[in-house]
Design a protein around this ligand. Structure first.
Ligand code: ADP
Length: 481
């Protein structure tokens, strides 16, 4: 299943276009180089031919038979021009002197040096000038060095043009054929090379809320470029799956928690309406209903609070928060719970080794401390102790809440911060909890980039610790008496 919106750009097409364009440029550059090289070789061979013909022409200069033995040129011995329609031209001249022979188009002045090109009635010609060519003929009656000749020889360069064109056509055709063949190979290779990506996309597309199983094909897994993508996908899916399950569990638990008080409320109201009762009975029924509504209200309040904290943590908007003192927060939480502690004759204690400032909403942190301290008081036996200790390092602070209660089983410890988690014994007891208090603690602490943990104390009790990024205050606050 291949999906592509009309506007999306295709990686395959871009790769193929890139490779084909490079191949085309390469073929063009090769063609130009080949044509240039062939032309140069042909020209140098042509110049050699012109030279040979110029020497052969100079060799036709002879002395006359009688004194003063004038130089003559025997035109009849000239070899026939290779091109019948376009004759060769020549001029033979005594060096710096008389013209001995010539067959030369009048319109054109011979060059004064080396070789040159010219056009005669649209036909390209090349001409070579040869100097210092001695007269080869000898005459016994003449003494001294032989006179020197300058020879110009011109021939049509049409064959060169034709052969260059031939070479260009051949190279062009071969290039196009090769381009087509390599182009097809490229398309096939790129399609094949990208196949693991498509297979991976197909497998990823099969994932849904009903099917979380992600099995990347073996070819994708063994592709070096795809391995990091697969690892990232797998870890993302694991996190998504976990959070999906957590959300579902939360919804189920919330529905379950809401169901009981609503059912009780309904049955109380139904039994009140079944038959007429006296005022006292109505009052009692309404009071019971109000209790249930209050519990519902408390549960909804906790759930909303949890949702709000998690939302705030996701948006990460805590730049403009004030600095709050941890010691002040812990003291305020203890203060609020003093009556609960007194009702159970529990001795509470706050030890501040070193105070610290945390950038946070003071209500949020107070909720953390009061949830931990309230649990410690709630689950501890009458007459026991609850101790809160605060200490700070350079960049972090730690608050520890310890109690002498029953603790919980080691196997249950990892689940204690889960939402709606309650240890068996506390479900049966009338502690009034929903199992959301510690989940709220964890969410708040993590929203402020901190961590929370729990461990059992010996011989009994639990120890909760919270560590938060904080700025330690320079002077230790004296411990309250
Ligand atoms: P609850 O509202 O039920 O107290 P919490 O999330 O605060 O919910 O606590 C979850 C469960 O962890 C409790 O139901 C209780 O079983 C256990 N728990 C928490 N704190 C303590 C403690 N200090 N001592 C023993 N058990 C505790």
């Amino acid at each position: 299943m291949r999906r592509a919106s009309p506007r999306s750009s295709s990686m395959t097409r871009r790769l193929i276009a890139g490779v084909l364009l490079t191949e085309l440029l390469l073929a063009t550059a090769l063609l130009i180089s080949l044509v240039y090289y062939t032309r140069r070789q042909l020209l140098s061979a042509f110049t050699l031919t012109l030279r040979a013909r110029a020497i052969a022409t100079a060799a036709l200069v002879r002395y006359g038979e009688n004194p003063p033995y004038p130089l003559k040129f025997d035109r009849s011995l000239l070899p026939p021009a290779p091109d019948k329609h376009h004759p060769d031209f020549y001029r033979v001249q005594l060096q710096g002197g008389t013209i001995i022979a010539q067959y030369w188009p009048v319109a054109w002045t011979p060059p004064t040096s080396g070789s040159a090109a010219f056009n005669l009635h649209g036909v390209p010609y090349r001409v070579l000038r040869l100097t210092g060519q001695p007269v080869l003929d000898t005459e016994e009656n003449l003494s001294g060095p032989p006179p020197l000749l300058t020879v110009w020889y011109a021939a049509p360069a049409l064959p060169i043009q034709a052969r260059v064109l031939d070479a260009a056509l051949f190279a062009g055709a071969a290039g196009l054929l090769l381009l087509a063949a390599t182009g097809l190979l490229t398309i096939w290779g790129i399609r094949r090379g990208l196949a693991p990506l498509h297979d991976l996309a197909d497998r990823a597309a099969q994932i849904s809320a009903l099917n979380w199983e992600f099995r990347p094909p073996a070819t994708s897994r063994s592709t070096a470029e795809l391995a990091p993508l697969i690892a990232a996908l797998e870890s993302m899916l694991q996190r998504l799956h976990r959070s999906f399950l957590a959300q579902r569990e939360f919804l189920g638990n919330a529905a379950h928690e809401l169901k009981t008080p609503v059912a009780i409320l309904k049955s109380t109201l139904q039994s009140l309406l079944q038959r007429p009762r006296d005022n006292e009975a109505y009052r009692h029924g309404l009071e019971q209903s109000l209790e249930d509504v209050e519990r519902l209200h408390l549960l909804l309040d906790r759930m909303l609070r949890l949702a709000r904290i998690e939302q705030a943590a996701e948006s990460g908007a805590n730049a403009s928060l004030p600095d709050v003192s941890l010691a002040a927060g812990c003291a305020a939480a203890l203060d609020r719970l003093v009556h609960l502690a007194q009702s159970k004759d529990i001795h509470t204690e706050l030890r501040v080794r070193r105070d610290a400032l945390v950038r946070a909403e003071s209500d949020d942190l107070e909720l953390v401390w009061s949830n931990l301290i309230e649990n410690a008081i709630k689950y501890s036996p009458n007459g026991s102790r609850v101790r809160v200790t605060l200490d700070a390092g350079e960049n972090s602070a730690r608050v520890v809440v310890e109690d002498e209660g029953p603790g919980i089983a080691e196997s249950d410890l990892p689940r204690i911060f889960d939402r709606f988690y309650r240890a068996e014994q506390s479900r049966n007891r009338d502690t009034g909890g929903f199992g959301l208090g510690l989940a709220i603690v964890k969410s708040i602490v993590e929203a402020y980039q901190g961590r929370v943990w729990v461990e059992s104390r010996q011989p009994r009790g639990l120890r909760f610790g919270v560590e938060l990024p904080a700025q330690a205050l320079p002077v230790a606050v004296p411990e309250p008496a």
